[in-house]
Write a protein that binds this ligand. Structure first.
Ligand code: MG
Ligand code: MG
Length: 275
């Protein structure tokens, strides 16, 4: 069953999303070659608990950490480890919080140190595709319009592989609610979007082919062909003319600007405005 949110509920989800982005911003200020995923996880968990909230992923179906940290060819759901990040690593970090009975969810991919040009382009295109998906998420459009916008840009304009096995989702009193929000699709297909629908849109895009594999830890999903992968996620609320973005990546990007070990991943704003 799809739950449409009241304005009050949307504001509570926004609060949970802002806390997610504060935690990711704290990580953005600290992440660099030489630190570990476990250290980042601890920073995020402490910040979330200091705000009297709970990390949403910890314990979710047995997931052991506050952050999903997926490095290089890992797509999503990586478990933080004590392995130090290296120069040139691409680190996707996904975070969720639970506060005032509502969840928040957002993700960002960080490029550490000297990263190949082709990899930076993957990150920029994936980030831009998120905003193209958001631009399509207005009342009267359909779920398929969101996926089409992401897929068309990543696979046709750029020859990347959009992951099919994992999708965005409704969010609210549960971390994952209907509907599913695939990052691929056909225009005009799928459920109609109505005002008050709150969804997480989260393109996962591989530099090479779209196939993925599950690693032996039972959680981590990686690209099958071993190519780099990127992941960006916003929680948004569908409205009449333009979706309301409830998470706030500008908090993260302000910290990246101050951190010389992390490369800024721009959105290709001219390409978004043309959407
Ligand atoms: Mg997420
Ligand atoms: Mg999500």
């Amino acid at each position: 069953m799809v739950y449409y949110k009241t304005e009050e509920e949307v504001e509570l989800i926004r609060k949970s999303c802002l806390l997610v982005c504060k935690a990711l911003a704290q990580v953005a200020s600290q992440i660099r070659p030489g630190v570990t995923g476990l250290q980042m996880d601890q920073i995020a968990e402490e910040l979330i608990k200091d705000h009297n909230a709970l990390p949403a992923f910890k314990g979710y179906r047995g997931f052991p950490a506050t952050l999903c940290i997926s490095v290089n060819d890992q797509v999503v759901h990586g478990i933080p480890t004590d392995v130090e990040f290296k120069d040139g690593d691409v680190v996707s970090i996904d975070c969720g919080t639970y506060m005032n009975e509502f969840f928040g969810d957002s993700a960002y991919t960080f490029a550490l140190g000297e990263v190949k040009k082709e990899t930076m382009q993957l990150l920029e295109v994936t980030n831009t595709s998120l905003y193209k998906g958001i631009a399509a998420a207005v009342a009267g459009q359909r779920i398929g319009d969101i996926g089409y916008a992401v897929q068309e840009y990543c696979e046709n304009t750029y020859k990347y592989g959009v992951v099919r096995e994992l999708v965005g989702h409704g969010i609210g009193r549960s971390l994952h609610e209907p509907p599913e929000v695939p990052n691929y699709g056909k225009r005009g297909r799928g459920a109609k979007l109505k005002e008050g629908l709150v969804i997480a849109i989260e393109p996962m895009v591989n530099l090479g082919k779209r196939g993925v594999k599950q690693l032996d830890d039972g959680w981590t999903v990686a690209s099958k062909d071993g190519t780099m992968s990127a992941h960006y996620e916003h929680t948004i609320c569908v409205q009449k003319d333009k979706a309301l973005i409830l998470s706030d990546h500008s908090l993260i990007e302000a910290e990246i600007k101050k951190n010389s070990n992390v490369n800024m991943v721009a959105i290709r704003s001219t390409e978004v405005s043309g959407a």
